[in-house]
Design a protein. Sequence first.
Length: 140
Amino acid sequence: MATSFKNRFNHRDGSTEELQKETDVWLHEIFNATEHIRFLTKFLLADIFKASQPNMFEMFESFKKKLETYRAGIFLLNQEVHNHKYDLEGMRECDDISCEGFYREQHSDLKEKFRKFITGFKDLQSQIFNYTGDLLITKE
């Protein structure tokens, strides 16, 4: 009886495999964001900008500090998502709704944390590109 209830619950709210696929998507996004952080850090250090804006170097330092904060945060988020992906295996052993509910709540909380982190990083990325776009040295 518990098995049929378990299957109904899984079908209604997504299976363990679906949750694991979602964590795979998160890990892919984390990998991409890590590469973007690396690129943006080098980009801000490159000698490709006209020093035409007042406080330009202060802005660059501010961007670099924010990127460093995201670099440290993404490392921790990556670990958390990896751990969660393996924790989801425990959901297969659940015999009742409270057990599955625990894993689903954990997944939902991590999903929100991931969403906020990636949204914040993408906002920073846009700020950097918007600020530096007109400062690039161009050939005439």
